[in-house]
Design a protein around this ligand. Structure first.
Ligand code: IMP
Length: 422
Protein backbone atom coordinates (compact mmCIF):
# COMPACT_ATOMS: atom_id res chain seq x y z
CA UNK A 1 0.00 0.00 0.00
CA UNK A 2 1.24 3.49 -0.86
CA UNK A 3 0.41 6.56 1.20
CA UNK A 4 0.75 9.90 -0.56
CA UNK A 5 0.22 13.47 0.60
CA UNK A 6 -2.58 14.88 -1.59
CA UNK A 7 -1.78 18.58 -1.11
CA UNK A 8 1.41 20.60 -0.52
CA UNK A 9 2.78 18.36 2.23
CA UNK A 10 2.19 18.54 5.97
CA UNK A 11 -1.11 16.68 5.65
CA UNK A 12 -0.44 14.70 8.81
CA UNK A 13 1.02 11.65 7.06
CA UNK A 14 3.23 10.85 10.07
CA UNK A 15 0.27 10.26 12.30
CA UNK A 16 -1.52 8.16 9.63
CA UNK A 17 1.61 6.09 8.97
CA UNK A 18 1.98 5.54 12.68
CA UNK A 19 -1.65 4.37 12.84
CA UNK A 20 -1.35 2.10 9.79
CA UNK A 21 2.00 0.71 10.87
CA UNK A 22 0.13 -1.62 13.22
CA UNK A 23 -1.34 -3.35 10.13
CA UNK A 24 1.87 -3.80 8.15
CA UNK A 25 5.26 -5.44 8.56
CA UNK A 26 7.53 -2.94 6.82
CA UNK A 27 7.36 0.83 6.26
CA UNK A 28 9.49 2.33 3.50
CA UNK A 29 10.23 5.94 2.68
CA UNK A 30 10.83 6.44 -1.05
CA UNK A 31 11.87 10.07 -1.74
CA UNK A 32 12.83 13.41 -0.25
CA UNK A 33 15.21 13.88 2.61
CA UNK A 34 15.46 15.73 5.88
CA UNK A 35 13.28 18.46 4.34
CA UNK A 36 10.30 16.41 5.51
CA UNK A 37 9.20 16.33 9.07
CA UNK A 38 6.76 14.16 10.91
CA UNK A 39 5.50 14.97 14.36
CA UNK A 40 4.08 11.87 15.97
CA UNK A 41 2.62 11.83 19.47
CA UNK A 42 2.65 8.52 21.30
CA UNK A 43 1.58 8.34 24.91
CA UNK A 44 1.88 12.09 25.30
CA UNK A 45 5.49 12.07 24.07
CA UNK A 46 6.27 13.95 20.89
CA UNK A 47 8.69 12.56 18.31
CA UNK A 48 9.99 14.68 15.46
CA UNK A 49 11.25 12.53 12.65
CA UNK A 50 12.74 13.75 9.40
CA UNK A 51 14.18 10.71 7.67
CA UNK A 52 13.29 7.56 9.53
CA UNK A 53 9.73 6.29 8.94
CA UNK A 54 7.65 6.68 12.07
CA UNK A 55 6.73 2.96 11.85
CA UNK A 56 9.84 2.29 13.94
CA UNK A 57 7.92 3.62 16.95
CA UNK A 58 5.57 0.65 16.49
CA UNK A 59 8.43 -1.82 16.29
CA UNK A 60 8.10 -2.23 12.51
CA UNK A 61 10.96 -2.82 10.08
CA UNK A 62 11.68 0.50 8.40
CA UNK A 63 13.48 1.22 5.16
CA UNK A 64 15.02 4.35 3.69
CA UNK A 65 14.78 3.65 -0.03
CA UNK A 66 17.14 4.49 -2.90
CA UNK A 67 15.02 7.49 -3.89
CA UNK A 68 15.78 9.32 -0.65
CA UNK A 69 18.68 11.77 -0.24
CA UNK A 70 20.30 11.11 3.12
CA UNK A 71 22.12 13.58 5.31
CA UNK A 72 24.16 11.17 7.47
CA UNK A 73 24.55 13.74 10.26
CA UNK A 74 20.77 14.22 10.42
CA UNK A 75 20.21 10.45 10.25
CA UNK A 76 22.65 9.73 13.08
CA UNK A 77 21.04 12.44 15.24
CA UNK A 78 17.63 10.89 14.70
CA UNK A 79 18.95 7.40 15.41
CA UNK A 80 20.43 8.63 18.70
CA UNK A 81 17.14 10.20 19.73
CA UNK A 82 15.19 7.06 18.90
CA UNK A 83 17.69 4.83 20.69
CA UNK A 84 17.32 7.09 23.74
CA UNK A 85 13.56 6.54 23.58
CA UNK A 86 14.10 2.78 23.62
CA UNK A 87 13.56 2.06 19.90
CA UNK A 88 15.22 -0.97 18.39
CA UNK A 89 17.51 0.39 15.67
CA UNK A 90 18.19 -3.03 14.21
CA UNK A 91 14.82 -2.52 12.48
CA UNK A 92 16.34 0.20 10.29
CA UNK A 93 17.59 -0.53 6.74
CA UNK A 94 19.14 2.16 4.58
CA UNK A 95 19.61 1.78 0.83
CA UNK A 96 23.19 1.65 -0.40
CA UNK A 97 21.93 3.43 -3.52
CA UNK A 98 20.42 6.42 -1.70
CA UNK A 99 22.34 9.59 -2.44
CA UNK A 100 24.33 11.34 0.26
CA UNK A 101 23.92 14.95 1.27
CA UNK A 102 27.21 16.73 1.93
CA UNK A 103 27.75 20.10 3.64
CA UNK A 104 28.24 21.74 0.24
CA UNK A 105 24.69 20.79 -0.73
CA UNK A 106 23.37 22.82 2.20
CA UNK A 107 25.59 25.77 1.32
CA UNK A 108 24.59 25.61 -2.37
CA UNK A 109 20.91 25.46 -1.38
CA UNK A 110 21.44 28.61 0.70
CA UNK A 111 23.45 30.64 -1.83
CA UNK A 112 21.25 29.62 -4.77
CA UNK A 113 18.11 30.67 -2.86
CA UNK A 114 19.73 34.00 -1.95
CA UNK A 115 20.81 34.45 -5.57
CA UNK A 116 17.20 34.01 -6.74
CA UNK A 117 16.14 36.94 -4.54
CA UNK A 118 12.46 37.69 -5.04
CA UNK A 119 12.19 34.65 -7.36
CA UNK A 120 13.18 32.32 -4.52
CA UNK A 121 11.43 28.97 -4.14
CA UNK A 122 11.31 29.00 -0.36
CA UNK A 123 13.27 25.76 0.01
CA UNK A 124 13.93 24.21 3.39
CA UNK A 125 17.67 24.85 2.83
CA UNK A 126 18.46 21.26 3.73
CA UNK A 127 20.47 20.70 0.57
CA UNK A 128 17.74 18.64 -1.10
CA UNK A 129 17.71 20.36 -4.52
CA UNK A 130 21.51 20.41 -4.92
CA UNK A 131 21.77 16.73 -3.86
CA UNK A 132 19.22 15.70 -6.50
CA UNK A 133 20.99 17.93 -9.03
CA UNK A 134 24.18 15.96 -8.35
CA UNK A 135 22.29 12.69 -8.69
CA UNK A 136 21.00 13.66 -12.11
CA UNK A 137 24.21 15.24 -13.30
CA UNK A 138 25.96 11.97 -12.33
CA UNK A 139 28.27 13.65 -9.83
CA UNK A 140 26.44 12.32 -6.78
CA UNK A 141 27.83 9.99 -4.14
CA UNK A 142 25.73 7.13 -2.80
CA UNK A 143 25.51 5.74 0.73
CA UNK A 144 27.28 2.53 -0.28
CA UNK A 145 30.23 4.59 -1.58
CA UNK A 146 30.96 5.68 2.00
CA UNK A 147 32.20 2.14 2.65
CA UNK A 148 34.89 2.30 -0.07
CA UNK A 149 37.40 5.00 0.96
CA UNK A 150 39.46 4.99 -2.28
CA UNK A 151 36.40 5.34 -4.47
CA UNK A 152 34.85 7.88 -2.09
CA UNK A 153 38.00 10.01 -2.20
CA UNK A 154 38.14 9.85 -5.99
CA UNK A 155 34.55 11.13 -6.32
CA UNK A 156 34.50 13.48 -3.37
CA UNK A 157 37.76 15.30 -4.15
CA UNK A 158 36.61 15.86 -7.75
CA UNK A 159 33.23 17.14 -6.62
CA UNK A 160 34.63 19.40 -3.89
CA UNK A 161 37.13 21.02 -6.23
CA UNK A 162 34.30 21.83 -8.65
CA UNK A 163 32.02 23.12 -5.89
CA UNK A 164 34.85 25.26 -4.52
CA UNK A 165 35.41 26.77 -7.95
CA UNK A 166 31.72 27.66 -8.16
CA UNK A 167 31.60 29.05 -4.63
CA UNK A 168 34.74 31.08 -5.27
CA UNK A 169 33.89 32.26 -8.76
CA UNK A 170 30.14 32.83 -8.57
CA UNK A 171 29.19 33.38 -4.97
CA UNK A 172 32.47 34.56 -3.44
CA UNK A 173 31.76 32.34 -0.47
CA UNK A 174 33.38 29.87 1.87
CA UNK A 175 35.26 26.91 0.43
CA UNK A 176 35.45 23.35 1.68
CA UNK A 177 38.42 21.25 2.78
CA UNK A 178 38.01 17.91 0.96
CA UNK A 179 40.32 16.03 3.36
CA UNK A 180 38.34 17.03 6.40
CA UNK A 181 35.06 16.14 4.71
CA UNK A 182 36.46 12.81 3.57
CA UNK A 183 37.49 11.86 7.12
CA UNK A 184 34.08 12.88 8.50
CA UNK A 185 32.15 10.91 5.88
CA UNK A 186 34.37 7.82 6.26
CA UNK A 187 33.45 7.94 9.90
CA UNK A 188 29.74 8.26 9.05
CA UNK A 189 30.14 5.29 6.74
CA UNK A 190 31.66 3.18 9.53
CA UNK A 191 28.84 4.11 11.91
CA UNK A 192 26.09 3.50 9.37
CA UNK A 193 27.58 0.34 7.81
CA UNK A 194 25.42 -2.05 9.87
CA UNK A 195 22.29 -0.42 8.45
CA UNK A 196 23.31 -0.18 4.79
CA UNK A 197 21.90 -2.81 2.51
CA UNK A 198 20.37 -3.57 -0.89
CA UNK A 199 16.90 -2.45 0.15
CA UNK A 200 15.36 -3.41 -3.21
CA UNK A 201 16.35 -7.04 -2.67
CA UNK A 202 15.17 -6.76 0.93
CA UNK A 203 11.73 -5.42 -0.10
CA UNK A 204 11.25 -7.92 -2.91
CA UNK A 205 12.02 -10.74 -0.48
CA UNK A 206 9.59 -9.29 2.08
CA UNK A 207 6.83 -9.09 -0.56
CA UNK A 208 7.56 -12.65 -1.74
CA UNK A 209 7.19 -13.84 1.83
CA UNK A 210 3.74 -12.23 1.94
CA UNK A 211 4.75 -9.38 4.22
CA UNK A 212 2.72 -6.19 4.07
CA UNK A 213 4.70 -3.16 3.00
CA UNK A 214 3.62 0.45 3.43
CA UNK A 215 5.30 2.89 1.03
CA UNK A 216 5.37 6.32 2.61
CA UNK A 217 5.73 9.44 0.47
CA UNK A 218 7.14 12.63 1.93
CA UNK A 219 5.87 16.12 1.03
CA UNK A 220 2.76 16.09 -1.18
CA UNK A 221 1.90 15.56 -4.81
CA UNK A 222 1.52 19.28 -5.54
CA UNK A 223 5.22 19.53 -4.67
CA UNK A 224 6.09 16.75 -7.14
CA UNK A 225 8.88 17.76 -9.52
CA UNK A 226 6.78 16.71 -12.56
CA UNK A 227 3.18 16.93 -11.42
CA UNK A 228 3.34 19.74 -8.87
CA UNK A 229 3.23 23.51 -9.19
CA UNK A 230 6.60 23.73 -10.96
CA UNK A 231 8.95 25.50 -10.27
CA UNK A 232 7.61 25.84 -6.71
CA UNK A 233 8.15 22.17 -5.99
CA UNK A 234 10.61 19.85 -4.34
CA UNK A 235 13.16 17.89 -6.39
CA UNK A 236 11.66 14.41 -6.15
CA UNK A 237 8.45 12.49 -6.92
CA UNK A 238 6.09 12.21 -3.95
CA UNK A 239 3.31 10.89 -6.24
CA UNK A 240 2.54 7.17 -6.11
CA UNK A 241 4.74 6.44 -9.14
CA UNK A 242 7.71 7.68 -7.12
CA UNK A 243 7.27 4.67 -4.84
CA UNK A 244 8.43 2.37 -7.65
CA UNK A 245 11.38 4.49 -8.73
CA UNK A 246 12.40 5.21 -5.17
CA UNK A 247 12.45 1.57 -4.05
CA UNK A 248 12.91 -0.66 -7.09
CA UNK A 249 9.55 -2.35 -6.53
CA UNK A 250 7.54 -2.66 -9.76
CA UNK A 251 4.05 -1.10 -10.17
CA UNK A 252 2.32 -4.47 -10.47
CA UNK A 253 3.49 -5.37 -6.96
CA UNK A 254 1.63 -2.44 -5.42
CA UNK A 255 -1.99 -3.12 -4.54
CA UNK A 256 -3.55 0.03 -3.09
CA UNK A 257 -2.90 3.77 -3.00
CA UNK A 258 -4.23 6.14 -0.36
CA UNK A 259 -4.15 9.92 -0.26
CA UNK A 260 -3.79 11.92 2.92
CA UNK A 261 -5.82 15.11 2.84
CA UNK A 262 -5.80 17.77 5.52
CA UNK A 263 -9.30 19.16 6.19
CA UNK A 264 -8.00 22.59 5.15
CA UNK A 265 -4.96 23.63 3.11
CA UNK A 266 -1.46 24.78 3.96
CA UNK A 267 1.67 25.52 2.02
CA UNK A 268 5.21 26.39 3.14
CA UNK A 269 7.49 28.14 0.76
CA UNK A 270 6.56 30.25 -2.23
CA UNK A 271 4.20 29.58 -5.12
CA UNK A 272 0.51 30.02 -5.93
CA UNK A 273 -2.08 28.95 -3.39
CA UNK A 274 -5.60 29.87 -4.60
CA UNK A 275 -7.48 29.24 -1.34
CA UNK A 276 -4.98 31.02 0.90
CA UNK A 277 -6.56 33.08 3.73
CA UNK A 278 -4.25 35.94 4.50
CA UNK A 279 -6.46 37.48 7.17
CA UNK A 280 -7.63 36.57 10.63
CA UNK A 281 -9.19 33.24 9.63
CA UNK A 282 -5.87 32.05 8.24
CA UNK A 283 -4.27 33.07 11.52
CA UNK A 284 -6.87 31.07 13.46
CA UNK A 285 -6.20 27.99 11.30
CA UNK A 286 -2.44 28.40 11.86
CA UNK A 287 -2.73 28.69 15.63
CA UNK A 288 -5.36 25.98 16.12
CA UNK A 289 -3.68 23.59 13.71
CA UNK A 290 -0.18 24.41 15.03
CA UNK A 291 0.85 25.08 11.47
CA UNK A 292 4.56 25.67 11.88
CA UNK A 293 7.11 23.61 9.95
CA UNK A 294 8.46 20.56 11.80
CA UNK A 295 11.78 20.97 10.00
CA UNK A 296 12.20 24.71 9.68
CA UNK A 297 9.75 26.15 12.22
CA UNK A 298 8.43 28.44 9.46
CA UNK A 299 4.78 29.54 9.81
CA UNK A 300 2.76 27.75 7.16
CA UNK A 301 0.48 29.66 4.83
CA UNK A 302 -3.08 28.55 5.62
CA UNK A 303 -6.34 28.48 3.71
CA UNK A 304 -9.49 26.54 2.91
CA UNK A 305 -9.75 23.04 1.56
CA UNK A 306 -9.13 23.04 -2.19
CA UNK A 307 -10.95 20.13 -3.77
CA UNK A 308 -9.82 21.09 -7.28
CA UNK A 309 -6.29 20.31 -6.14
CA UNK A 310 -7.30 17.15 -4.26
CA UNK A 311 -9.35 15.94 -7.25
CA UNK A 312 -6.25 16.35 -9.41
CA UNK A 313 -4.19 14.43 -6.84
CA UNK A 314 -6.83 11.69 -6.87
CA UNK A 315 -6.56 11.43 -10.66
CA UNK A 316 -2.79 11.27 -10.94
CA UNK A 317 -2.45 8.84 -8.05
CA UNK A 318 -5.62 6.79 -8.67
CA UNK A 319 -6.42 6.85 -4.97
CA UNK A 320 -8.39 3.93 -3.55
CA UNK A 321 -9.27 5.94 -0.48
CA UNK A 322 -8.62 9.16 1.38
CA UNK A 323 -7.48 9.76 4.93
CA UNK A 324 -8.87 13.08 6.15
CA UNK A 325 -6.77 14.65 8.88
CA UNK A 326 -7.13 17.50 11.40
CA UNK A 327 -10.91 17.71 11.04
CA UNK A 328 -11.02 18.80 14.70
CA UNK A 329 -9.15 22.01 13.78
CA UNK A 330 -12.19 23.28 11.88
CA UNK A 331 -14.43 23.37 14.97
CA UNK A 332 -15.78 26.84 15.72
CA UNK A 333 -15.97 28.35 12.22
CA UNK A 334 -19.55 29.34 11.45
CA UNK A 335 -19.06 28.83 7.67
CA UNK A 336 -16.57 26.60 5.93
CA UNK A 337 -15.70 27.56 2.34
CA UNK A 338 -14.46 24.68 0.19
CA UNK A 339 -13.12 25.28 -3.33
CA UNK A 340 -14.87 23.07 -5.88
CA UNK A 341 -13.74 24.91 -9.04
CA UNK A 342 -11.61 27.84 -10.15
CA UNK A 343 -12.50 30.94 -12.11
CA UNK A 344 -9.90 32.08 -14.64
CA UNK A 345 -10.49 35.02 -16.96
CA UNK A 346 -14.25 34.50 -16.86
CA UNK A 347 -14.07 30.73 -17.39
CA UNK A 348 -14.92 28.10 -14.80
CA UNK A 349 -12.38 25.30 -14.45
CA UNK A 350 -12.90 22.05 -12.58
CA UNK A 351 -9.50 20.78 -13.67
CA UNK A 352 -6.32 21.83 -11.90
CA UNK A 353 -4.25 23.94 -14.34
CA UNK A 354 -0.82 22.62 -15.25
CA UNK A 355 0.56 26.12 -15.69
CA UNK A 356 1.69 27.85 -12.55
CA UNK A 357 1.05 31.15 -14.34
CA UNK A 358 -2.62 30.24 -14.82
CA UNK A 359 -2.91 28.84 -11.30
CA UNK A 360 -1.61 32.12 -9.91
CA UNK A 361 -4.45 33.94 -11.66
CA UNK A 362 -7.21 31.55 -10.58
CA UNK A 363 -9.88 32.59 -8.11
CA UNK A 364 -11.50 29.78 -6.12
CA UNK A 365 -15.19 29.06 -6.57
CA UNK A 366 -16.35 28.15 -3.07
CA UNK A 367 -19.17 25.98 -1.79
CA UNK A 368 -19.89 27.29 1.70
CA UNK A 369 -20.84 24.63 4.22
CA UNK A 370 -22.19 25.33 7.69
CA UNK A 371 -19.59 24.76 10.41
CA UNK A 372 -19.96 23.06 13.79
CA UNK A 373 -19.24 24.01 17.39
CA UNK A 374 -18.73 20.54 18.84
CA UNK A 375 -15.27 19.44 19.98
CA UNK A 376 -14.40 16.46 17.76
CA UNK A 377 -11.34 15.28 19.62
CA UNK A 378 -13.29 12.57 21.47
CA UNK A 379 -15.21 11.34 18.42
CA UNK A 380 -14.38 7.70 17.66
CA UNK A 381 -17.05 6.78 15.12
CA UNK A 382 -19.14 8.25 12.29
CA UNK A 383 -22.08 8.54 14.70
CA UNK A 384 -20.01 10.64 17.12
CA UNK A 385 -19.53 13.30 14.43
CA UNK A 386 -21.93 16.27 14.23
CA UNK A 387 -24.09 16.34 11.06
CA UNK A 388 -22.15 19.33 9.65
CA UNK A 389 -18.86 17.44 9.93
CA UNK A 390 -20.43 14.44 8.18
CA UNK A 391 -21.61 16.74 5.36
CA UNK A 392 -18.08 18.08 5.06
CA UNK A 393 -16.74 14.54 4.63
CA UNK A 394 -19.48 13.71 2.13
CA UNK A 395 -18.55 16.76 0.03
CA UNK A 396 -14.93 15.58 -0.12
CA UNK A 397 -16.12 12.19 -1.35
CA UNK A 398 -18.54 13.64 -3.91
CA UNK A 399 -16.08 16.09 -5.39
CA UNK A 400 -13.16 13.69 -5.62
CA UNK A 401 -15.07 10.49 -6.33
CA UNK A 402 -12.95 8.74 -3.70
CA UNK A 403 -14.24 7.32 -0.40
CA UNK A 404 -12.89 8.68 2.86
CA UNK A 405 -11.57 5.69 4.82
CA UNK A 406 -10.15 7.32 7.88
CA UNK A 407 -10.68 10.59 9.74
CA UNK A 408 -8.19 11.97 12.23
CA UNK A 409 -9.48 14.19 15.04
CA UNK A 410 -6.31 14.82 17.03
CA UNK A 411 -2.62 14.02 17.18
CA UNK A 412 -2.89 10.91 19.40
CA UNK A 413 -3.08 7.45 17.90
CA UNK A 414 -6.52 6.81 19.42
CA UNK A 415 -7.95 10.01 17.96
CA UNK A 416 -8.73 8.21 14.74
CA UNK A 417 -12.03 7.14 13.19
CA UNK A 418 -11.83 4.22 10.79
CA UNK A 419 -14.76 4.47 8.38
CA UNK A 420 -13.67 1.74 5.96
CA UNK A 421 -11.19 -1.06 6.38
CA UNK A 422 -7.86 -0.32 4.71
P1 IMP B 1 13.11 21.72 -0.84
O1 IMP B 1 12.41 20.42 -0.81
O2 IMP B 1 13.82 22.05 0.46
O3 IMP B 1 13.99 21.92 -2.02
O4 IMP B 1 11.98 22.88 -0.97
C1 IMP B 1 11.19 23.01 -2.12
C2 IMP B 1 9.75 23.33 -1.76
O5 IMP B 1 9.16 22.21 -1.10
C3 IMP B 1 9.60 24.51 -0.78
O6 IMP B 1 8.41 25.19 -1.09
C4 IMP B 1 9.46 23.82 0.55
O7 IMP B 1 8.80 24.61 1.51
C5 IMP B 1 8.66 22.61 0.16
N1 IMP B 1 8.80 21.49 1.10
C6 IMP B 1 9.84 20.64 1.21
N2 IMP B 1 9.62 19.74 2.17
C7 IMP B 1 8.41 19.99 2.66
C8 IMP B 1 7.58 19.36 3.65
O8 IMP B 1 7.92 18.36 4.28
N3 IMP B 1 6.37 19.93 3.86
C9 IMP B 1 5.94 21.00 3.16
N4 IMP B 1 6.65 21.61 2.24
C10 IMP B 1 7.88 21.12 1.98
Amino acid sequence: MVLVGAQWGDEGKGKVVDYLAARVDVVVRYQGGANAGHTVVVGGREYRLHLIPSGILQGREVVIGNGVVVDPAALLREMEELAGAGCDLSLLHVSEAAHVIFPYHLVLDEVEENWRGSRRLGTTRRGIGPAYQDKFSRTGIRMGDLLHPDYLWERLSARVSHVNAVLRGVYGGREFDPQEMFRLYCDYGRRLAPYLTDTTAYLLRALREGKKVLFEGAQGCLLDIDHGTYPFVTSSSPTAGGACIGTGVAPTLIDRIYGVVKAYATRVGDGPFPTEERGEKGEILRERGREYGTTTGRPRRCGWLDLVAVRYAAQINAFDGLMLTKLDTLTGFSRLPVAVAYRWRGETWREFPRSVKVLGECEPVYRELPGWEEDLSRARSWDDLPPAARDYIRLVEEETGVPVCLVSVGPEREQTILLREV
